[in-house]
Design a protein around this ligand. Structure first.
Ligand code: HMG
Ligand code: MG
Length: 298
């Protein structure tokens, strides 16, 4: 059967805004996160402590986090290296995420490193974070397809997942960064990870809706026992370092499906939709989420 409760890992403020053309001010980002929390989301990825030249949209991480203090939610942040971890810890972060790639092409484009060099870069980050009692998520991008390399072999993905778990990551997020996965491929990867001893309870899924498969893929993962699902309010985002990546699975689309399945998320769909409509106005483009459009008559 399906899980009775799902944890939504909201990525709109980070994965969403990092890729928007319109620069969003720090105050607007803070209001966005506050509104997401008021809509009932409990894990809201806030920003990234990466090099500001690589992701100028998130260069205000130091200014943003203090505006979120006191919110009764988890606010994970991305850190690629020890410099990023230092910046995050200085602001009191209690959850961080490193981000690996299953493919060499994307590791180079996103981190200026080979896959193994990036794992070596993460090693001290994870070790120090764990020693400080900080929760560590390990993202893995390009788990299904890569814009330069095409289909990604399952064993190649499993190898990097194992490395991240062995390093001490508390959870993984399996990313379909360019949105080419289909449910059979999702089942094959989850089955292979199970066979390699990676517990399903440590897995989250991160789908993009490029080919309209994000919800179908999510359902396949739920049927496999996955209970953590990444989604982005209004379907914001893509990835600036991966051509042909469109928006993440929209949180509203996910909540609509889960509600229909009787799975509790604690999210107020009306409030969330209103937040995405508000953000769409700030960004000057309508939300790509079908559920947002249906519920807001856009
Ligand atoms: P590099 O150029 O190789 O950096 O970039 P470096 O280690 O050689 O250092 C060069 C300079 O950068 C140094 O300064 C460092 O101090 C500085 P200098 O001594 O020359 O003055 N530096 C930093 N400054 C601020 N914060 C830092 C930092 N690190 C070094 N953390 C680096 C390597 C990893 C820094 C760079 O490639 C980078 O920032 N990459 C981040 C890219 C990114 O954020 N991508 C998006 C996230 S991944 C994603 O979106 C996919 C995901 O959403 C899943 C999915 O959708 O599938 C997770
Ligand atoms: Mg994404």
């Amino acid at each position: 059967g399906l899980p009775t409760r799902i944890r939504i890992h909201e990525v709109g403020a980070r994965d969403g805004l990092q890729n928007e053309q319109v620069a969003v001010g720090t105050e607007v980002k803070a209001e966005f996160v506050h509104r997401l929390a008021e809509a009932g989301l409990t894990t809201i990825e806030a920003t990234s402590f990466v090099h500001p030249k690589w992701v100028p949209q998130l260069a205000d991480a130091e200014q943003l986090l203090p505006l979120l203090s006191g919110l009764p939610v988890e606010l994970p942040v991305l850190v690629p290296n020890e410099r990023g971890l230092d910046r995050a810890l200085a602001l009191g972060a209690t959850r961080v995420a490193v981000f690996a790639s299953a493919t060499e092409s994307f590791a180079k484009a996103n981190l200026n490193r080979t896959v193994d060099e990036s794992l070596a870069m993460f090693h001290p980050v994870v070790e120090r974070a764990k020693a400080d009692g900080v929760h560590v998520r390990g993202y893995l991008s390009m788990c299904f397809g890569d814009p330069w390399e095409g289909a990604v072999p399952v064993p190649q993905v499993v190898r990097v997942c194992r490395a991240l778990i062995d390093m001490g990551c508390d959870e993984l997020s399996l990313g379909d960064t360019i949105g080419v996965a289909t449910p059979g491929h999702v089942r094959a990867l989850l089955t292979a990870l199970g066979e390699q001893g990676v517990p399903t309870s440590s897995l989250g899924v991160h789908f993009h809706d490029t080919y309209g498969q994000a919800l179908a893929n999510t359902l396949a993962a739920l049927e496999h026992g996955v209970t953590t699902v990444d989604a982005s309010a209004g379907g914001l985002g893509g990835c600036p370092f991966a051509k042909s990546a469109t928006g993440n699975l929209a949180t509203e689309d996910l909540v609509w499906m889960l509600r229909g399945l009787g799975i509790d998320t604690g999210v107020d769909l009306g409030r969330l939709t209103a937040t995405s409509v508000w953000m769409a106005d700030r960004l000057g483009r309508p939300s790509p989420s079908r559920t947002v459009r249906a519920l807001s008559h856009q």
